[in-house]
Design a protein around this ligand. Structure first.
Ligand SMILES: *Cc1c(COP(=O)(O)O)cnc(C)c1O
Length: 310
């Protein structure tokens, strides 16, 4: 449906400025996710919404940007650009959420990626509720991978006036090049974000194409199901090669190779033109984050791993 809109685009309406609120897209989100259209803020990718959040809440050094580690690296980058003070709290063993320490950091904004990258775990709704109740600032739940997960924190935006849930068209909708993401929160919270959003952050093409993709929920869900099936198979196949594989709610798995040889395997795969993610940092240096590919791509990966492990 997105491609059909792109092919039949009327060049005439590119003469005019786009709608600053991308309302056509908001109404598609409203229908798909059952939220009011004026509870949606649209960004040039969800990275744009993250940036707007940090600028609105935490510019300067009085109050911090807070998040558990390891997580999405851009929170740190965007905070450094303001600059804003950052407080990073390590996850507890087995990716338990360090709620007390997150609360004690008194963030102007606290980010929780759920499902998280690179671990792939989802934070429970009970933990998110407790955090929402106790944090003094905004709680931003970054659901970039929600389309591959078993549950979503979206209902929390109606329960808590300080909660915003972020989504993207880049992962589940396969539209990373379009640059379209959005946040869902009550209009009072959004009003503060609209003050610092660029007026025309969403172009007319992204609004129209994104709206078509959002309305085409059946196609997105069918694709996400394929990813989930490949994820399950890839996890089993990796375990059969001796990897420890965390249960994942995202479109990648975090896997620990047999002899902790993550870096050697990463380099060997790279030499063969297979790109996986290796993080040379505490707690991750013995692991690889592997995106779920097509069954054929996964097979190519497995064969390369078998030869590298021999
Ligand atoms: C990919 C990703 C984003 C950014 O998505 P865009 O909409 O492409 O900017 C944000 N958060 C997390 C956790 C991601 O993995």
């Amino acid at each position: 449906e997105a491609m059909a809109v792109l092919r039949t685009l009327d060049g005439e309406w590119l003469r005019r400025y786009p709608d600053p609120f991308a309302r056509e897209f908001c109404s598609a989100v409203s229908e798909a996710l059952d939220v009011p259209p004026d509870w949606v803020i649209v960004g040039n990718g969800s990275d744009d919404v993250l940036n707007v959040l940090i600028r609105a809440c935490a510019e300067g050094h009085d109050r911090a940007v807070v998040y558990p580690m390891p997580t999405y690296v851009l929170y740190r980058t965007l905070a450094a650009m303001q600059p804003a003070t950052v407080v990073e709290i390590p996850y507890l063993p087995n990716f338990e959420l360090p709620i007390a320490d997150l609360v004690a950091a008194q963030g102007a904004v606290t980010f929780i990626a759920s499902p998280n990258s690179p671990s792939g775990h989802s934070v429970s709704l009970d933990d998110l509720r407790e955090l929402a109740r106790r944090v003094m600032g905004v709680l931003a739940i970054d659901e970039a991978y929600a389309d591959f997960a078993e549950f979503s924190a979206l209902p929390l935006v109606r329960e808590f006036e300080n909660v915003i849930v972020l989504r993207t068209m880049s992962k589940g909708y396969s539209l990373a090049g379009l640059r379209l993401g959005f946040g869902v929160a009550n209009p009072a919270l959004l009003a503060g974000l609209f003050k610092v959003k660029d007026s025309y952050n969403i172009d007319a093409i992204a609004t129209a194409v994104g709206a078509a993709a959002m309305r085409d929920q059946a196609y997105m869900k069918a694709c996400a199901e394929k990813v989930k099936a490949s994820r399950a198979k890839l996890s089993v196949d990796l375990k059969n090669l001796g990897f420890a594989v965390r249960d994942s709610q995202a479109n990648f798995v975090l896997a620990t190779p047999p002899d902790g040889e993550a870096e050697r395997l990463y380099l060997g795969l790279k030499e063969r033109g297979i790109l996986v993610r290796y993080f040379k940092q505490a707690g991750l240096s013995d692991k690889l984050r592997i995106s779920v590919g097509t069954n054929e791509q996964n097979q190519t990966l497995l064969e390369a791993l078998i030869s590298l492990l021999q």
